[in-house]
Design a binder for this molecule. Structure first.
Ligand code: LLP
Length: 416
């Protein structure tokens, strides 16, 4: 065989090169070691990538308040990293707040969100003394005392995302309409113990186009001008899209900063109002690319390759038709395959038509990138399967951040 004939088969049998847009800097050797040591399925989270993303946002907007939306991934370690990087924190339940509280996250830097905050959520937030409560209904005002608040409004913007992730248009459950906004401003004005710090909007998640944010920013400044009450802060929420597959572009953060700061400056000058301080709430963009999920192949029935996890650790394909680009931790000539989960539902499909080695077999380890956001936090016990461990990695070192859930854990709650 000549070298030219040999080369294609050699390159074919090498593990496929990973796209740095999707993969953190964690070696295959370390991933294989984690799978062997901690079992599968397992979530892996690269600390450096999380910290780098925090810094990227802080550098892009040095004067803004950057609040990590902890719903993307809440655990003590991540909240500690985020705190150390100087970010603020958005929590949306007493449970998320309890994790923040357990690591002593500074109360002043916490915002409480929620379209239907239970009295317990508000009580927990007020007893810890959170910096801001983002009010989403008139009734909520009656439940608060001595509090700085933002008012969440519905900006009437249709975001370029999956319908389940669009939260800024009229006709959905989030935010106050214009009439309620005016009423809320009047009620706060009559309450010396409440301070209206600002207005808030969150137009949705996995937003790809900067223009959508620009539209929202203009609309929000117009609303601030209309309510004729001094407003210090404008919170434009989160939603920054991330690529899940190589064909998707990265979010243009520089373009975002450029266009929204210009739009806000221009609109404020036009309405003759001072430029408010800016807050944003990235969740996914901070943690998504830091995460990798490891599975082991259980069975192969071409074209189906079934693994030992699925919709209980990754609900996103079923919920939002999300696409992923998994790979095997070894090479080989490939063929299109469909990666399916272990759960008793035909919709438990992780990725369709992806190239995997033709000789894929039980025991092989599959790695799925961009699984740091809304995977651990959306995980369930469907089919009484325990939720996976979350293993932190940093510079080649490994640490259990959240241990795997055991059958004993599941039985402990079942007291009937
Ligand atoms: N702020 C508020 C008020 C939010 O509701 C959210 C997300 C964020 C910030 C953060 O958005 P991000 O930067 O992460 O896009 N489970 C879905 C995503 C739901 C997002 C809910 N709210 C998914 O897996 O795609």
């Amino acid at each position: 065989m000549t070298l030219m004939e040999l080369l294609p088969s050699l390159t074919h049998s090498l593990p496929p090169r990973t796209d740095p847009k999707l993969w953190p800097d964690v070696s295959d050797r370390q991933l294989a070691w984690i799978a062997a040591t901690f079992g599968t399925p397992t979530y892996v989270l690269d600390e450096n990538t999380v910290r780098d993303q925090c810094r990227r946002f802080r550098q892009a907007l040095p004067h803004a308040r950057i609040a990590y939306a902890s719903k993307a991934l809440t655990c003590r370690a991540v909240l500690r990293w985020v705190q150390e990087e100087g970010l603020s924190l958005d929590v949306c339940s007493a449970g998320e707040l309890a994790v923040a509280r357990s690591i002593g996250f500074p109360a002043e830097r916490i915002l409480l969100h929620g379209n239907a905050k239970a009295p317990e959520d508000l009580k927990a937030a007020q007893s810890y003394g959170v910096g801001r409560v983002v009010v989403d209904s008139l009734h909520e005002l009656d439940l608060l005392t001595d509090q700085k608040v933002l008012l969440r409004v519905t900006p009437g913007i249709a975001a370029d995302t999956h319908p389940a992730l669009a939260t800024g248009d009229n006709g959905q459950k989030f935010g106050l309409g214009e009439a309620d906004l005016e009423e809320a401003v009047a009620r706060i004005g009559a309450r010396p113990d409440l301070t209206l710090e600002g207005l808030h909007c969150h137009i949705g998640s996995q937003i790809r186009h900067v223009a959508t944010y620009e539209q929202a920013a203009r609309r929000m400044v117009a609303l601030i001008a209309r309510i004729r009450t001094p407003i210090r802060e404008l919170d434009l929420g989160g939603g920054f899209g991330v690529p899940y597959t190589s064909d998707e572009p990265d979010f243009d953060l520089t373009g975002y900063v450029d266009r929204i700061t210009r739009a806000i400056g221009y609109e404020c000058a036009r309405h003759r109002i001072p430029v408010p301080e800016l807050t944003i709430e990235p969740g996914r963009a901070i943690v998504a690319r830091a995460g990798i999920t490891l599975y082991r192949v259980i069975s192969v029935k071409h074209p189906f390759v079934a693994v030992d996890g699925g919709m209980s650790d990754n609900a996103r394909p079923a919920l939002y038709q999300a696409r992923y680009q998994p790979r095997l931790l070894r090479g080989g000539p490939t063929a299109p395959m469909t990666l399916v989960g272990r759960h008793c539902e035909a919709g438990d499909v992780l990725a369709t038509d992806i190239p995997l080695p033709r000789d894929v077999h039980p025991g092989d380890v599959v790695a799925v990138p961009v699984t740091g956001a809304y995977h651990h936090s959306l995980a369930s016990n469907y089919n009484q399967v325990g939720r996976p461990a979350l293993i932190g990695v940093r510079n080649g070192l490994t640490k259990v951040l959240v241990r795997a859930e055991t059958e004993e854990d599941l039985l402990r709650r079942d007291v009937g």
